[in-house]
Design a protein. Structure first.
Lengths: 221, 221
DNA sequence: TGAATAGTGTCTGTAAGACAATATTCC
DNA sequence: GGAATATTGTCTTACAGACACTATTCA
């Protein structure tokens, strides 16, 4: 009897050099051995408590990266997406600041701009596009982009992150009103970031409550 | 070697008697034989082109119901959710008008209010709640509720559907502005629905283009 | 002091909701 | 005509974006 091949794949996204990048990992086995692909692997039923745990385990084992935010994306399936047979992949996406990837310094991990139309094995191009689309959509009305900046950040930095994700400039006053409305940031008293010949910007961090929990807006932006 | 059990489950939702109902099907085999549960089944790799096709096939085979709208919900997984072993279920949800279920008249299909805290086998209670939550959320800013009414309907009827899903009364003028903005309905010339001693309401239907395609609003409501 | 960006105050236009007037039916 | 609901017009209020002013740093 033949059965369904069951895997997890991970779309690890970060911001670098002003654009959204995806972490690709050179595959260490067939099929597509040596080709850069989304990190993925089989579920281990002896150790994984669910597919989320499997996705986290695969990412940590293969890249050494721990992520602050991960959510299930969608399940991709069919007889042709994997040459080994009829398969499902439960895809997840995770957000991380660039320095976490940088510190891991894994030799087989490469960052690639998500806009470059590079070809990927399996249906990883479709999975990637679905993840980017989901991220951009959720950025319109949630605190999701906060997981792409580091532990501490300034409001102008955060605004630029939102602008990159949404692909348009945001009104500064409106942006700050919305951030205040979300009530998810706290001032780091007395800490500022200087970035040139001008007034330094106040440093903020996510309130502890929102490290695992998205904050949503009634109306977007 | 043990492997992952791979299934699909279907949350079929409809409106009846002023409330949101889910279609449950009495199970015809173990485990939980004879118990009402979400319709579900195994993927057939010989005939299913993907999990969506499997979900549609399972629903049609087991209940004889064809649905106008179906989308993937999420994948549920773990060692304990199914007594047969470590399993994943790729859950889908579908919307249909009551008369489609009524016409199918399947003897083992029962409608149950989604708010009643009935116990369900497997993790079907969690799947159901996830589906209802997704539907209510998407109703805020999309044409999704249109799939719960029949082929033709009046604006007051559609507004009541939105109100049931969103759990609050909607301003009539705003609602009509938003419906007009979505530009997804067409007047059925000369056709009205009389419902008592008052002015009859104009009948509308979904434009053909939107029968398969959701329409989204920039700002909700 | 001037350039540059951070941060805030205020005005304006748009869009949502409140209110209400008119339309149409059955009794 | 009266009751009931459909449909549409208009006023008010709330909020998003525009504009601009002040704050603070470095050269």
């Amino acid at each position: 009897m033949t059965h369904v091949i069951c895997t997890v794949d991970m779309v690890l996204l970060t911001l670098h050099e002003g654009g959204l990048k995806v972490a690709l990992l050179k595959r260490d086995r067939e099929p597509f051995k040596g080709v850069a692909a989304l990190p993925g692997g089989f579920i281990h039923i002896e150790e994984d408590t669910d597919v989320r745990a499997a996705a986290l385990r695969v990412l940590t084992e293969k890249t050494g990266i721990d992520v602050p935010y991960l959510e299930q994306l969608a399940t991709f399936s069919g007889p042709a997406r994997d040459p080994r047979g009829w398969s499902v992949s439960i895809a997840h996406y995770a957000l991380v600041s660039f320095d976490v990837i940088d510190r891991a310094a894994h030799p087989d991990v490469k960052l690639l701009s998500v806009d470059r139309p590079i070809s990927l094995p399996f249906d990883h191009r479709l999975i990637l596009e679905t993840a980017v689309s989901r991220l951009r959509s959720k950025s319109q009305y949630s605190s999701l982009p906060c997981y792409l900046v580091g532990e501490t950040f300034t409001l102008p930095q955060l605004q630029r992150v939102y602008e990159i994700l949404m692909g348009e400039l945001i009104n500064k006053v409106s942006f700050r009103r919305k951030i205040a409305e979300m009530d998810m940031l706290e001032v780091i008293e007395g800490q500022f970031e200087s970035a040139g010949a001008h007034r330094p910007a106040q440093l903020y961090r996510l309130k502890a409550h929102f490290k695992q929990q998205l904050q949503l807006l009634e109306r977007g932006l």
